[in-house]
Design a protein around this ligand. Sequence first.
Ligand code: 0O2
Length: 224
Amino acid sequence: MVTADNIMSPDDIVGLLRENNLDKYVSYFAEQMLLYRAAITKVRTTLETLDDEFHVKNDYNPIHHIETRLKTPRSIFGKLQNRGYPVTMQSIHDNLTDIAGIRVICNYIDDAYRIADLLIAHDGITLLEKKDYIAKPKPSGYRSLHLIVDVSVYMSEGSVSVPAEIQIRTIAMDYWATLEHRLKYKNEGKVPPDLYGKMKTYSESLADMEEKMQELQRETENYK
Ligand code: 0O2
């Protein structure tokens, strides 16, 4: 079993490859992925419980839905290579914080911040970094709240800290990000400048509309 104390060093990995012991290397990779999967399960369960509690107490669900993904080996090694990091297991551990990815789609902007605050108050989830692209959107117009966290995963030999990336956004933010991603993908990463400008304007229009919807929701709450 792999724990925080016995993660293989780059030299160990090179040794294994030199011995051509691919089986051992593959099974080590599988053990690492198990930890990331466990982190996803823990965060997802925590979020679902919070949403459930909110529903029981307030007759309202702040979370619309949750998506999770484990980065594929191809994508992991591609990212290491693109960024000029060594392609070793140690390097994955040291340089990639988004192998375990959780996306939380909320109804309103207030919900996104509320969910983020509740999640990082959990004693098994430690905030490492927060990027607030809702308050300060990316130049592309991308809006989302990103948290990089350490998730404490309990294994048979003790607890292990596993990094995870949590993207929290509203339905409107997700709608925009999904379409923009597809446009980029279809154009092999190079979006024509006029399209880029339009997408940015549409992001601003969606943000305006969301503010209005949020205001309406607050008024409804007060009315109740
Ligand atoms: P994938 O396949 O979606 O996971 P880093 O933290 O170093 O990995 P960066 O860009 O500094 O990379 O982090 P950031 O800004 O927090 O972005 C991480 C993820 O947010 C990206 O993952 C995208 O999923 C999403 N994202 C960021 N900017 C945009 C954008 O302009 N449009 C859309 N549609 N999504 C965006 P990856 O690693 O790019 O890939």
